[in-house]
Design a protein around this ligand. Structure first.
Ligand code: BGC
Length: 253
């Protein structure tokens, strides 16, 4: 069975049909720029165009960079405010005429890493942290997702200058906007991950997000008292994880 995975990000909306048994794309990925402003109606339209590029899929999994509870988007830290309390799952399902599963972007990436990538077969407590425009997180206990952890919004002591939120201090966006060198940024990532470690004591931390493809530039500089590994699937994780959850919900994976 082929399921469509769609990943909604701040700059692009990407989609591909996925074989949930392997996480592999069965056709080349399509990317359309995220409309600006990225209000609900415009994003639903763009998602329709991405889905329209492929043949009919049995069901569709869609990631969104916010808390998603029971198909409703609840927050809008880095997205248009119209998404707060939007019935996203229903709106996408109506637009696409197929069952849709909507979930948080980091949760989707984490699900894919646990199934096909860096967390495969790892029991105990695993946390995936994605560094991008914000910081996303996904928590797993013996492979089972605890959805909607928002560890990117942890407050780190002494960071008032950065607004207090960890993601305003250590995200990849901040590395770029403050022009931080790899060593300087790695120190911030280390401060953040040590804090996270002190609260959760995970067996494994998976570092994801676009910057994880440059893990060789910074990850060796990050010293945390547990195993820290880069994500294996990088940019494809969101699409694959969303498709896998949609397939599981349809009872097909
Ligand atoms: C949002 C999270 C999201 C993360 C990564 C944060 O600002 O609150 O829901 O997972 O950014 O996109």
């Amino acid at each position: 069975m082929v399921v469509l995975g769609i990943d909604i990000g701040g700059s692009g909306i990407k989609g591909a049909p996925v074989d949930p048994a392997t996480g592999m794309f069965t056709a080349e990925r399509v990317r359309i720029e995220t409309p600006q402003p990225a209000d609900v109606a415009s994003v639903v339209k763009t998602v329709e165009s991405v889905a329209g590029a492929f043949g009919p899929a049995a069901s569709v999994g869609i990631t969104f960079p916010a808390v998603v509870q029971h198909g409703v988007t609840k927050t809008a830290a880095n997205v248009d405010a119209s998404w707060v309390d939007a019935p996203a799952e229903r709106l996408f399902a109506e637009a696409l005429g197929r069952p849709v599963t909507v979930l948080n972007d980091a949760d989707a990436a984490g699900v894919a890493e646990m199934e096909y990538g860096a967390g495969k077969g790892v029991g105990g407590l695993v946390v995936m942290v994605t560094f991008g425009t914000g910081i996303g997180s996904a928590l797993f206990i013996d492979g089972r997702l605890v959805p909607n952890t928002e560890f990117g919004h942890l407050h780190l002591h002494g960071l008032h200058l950065h607004g207090g939120d960890a993601e305003d201090y250590a995200s990849d966006r901040v590395r770029e906007s403050e022009n931080l060198g790899w060593t300087e940024w790695a120190e911030r990532v280390q401060t953040y991950l040590r804090h996270l470690h002190a609260l959760l004591w995970p067996d494994l931390i998976i570092v994801g997000g676009g910057v994880s493809k440059k893990a060789d530039r910074f990850l060796h500089l990050v010293d945390v008292p547990t195993k820290v590994v880069p994500a294996a699937l990088q940019n494809n994780a969101g699409i694959a994880g969303a498709a896998l959850l949609a397939a599981r919900r349809a009872g097909a994976a």
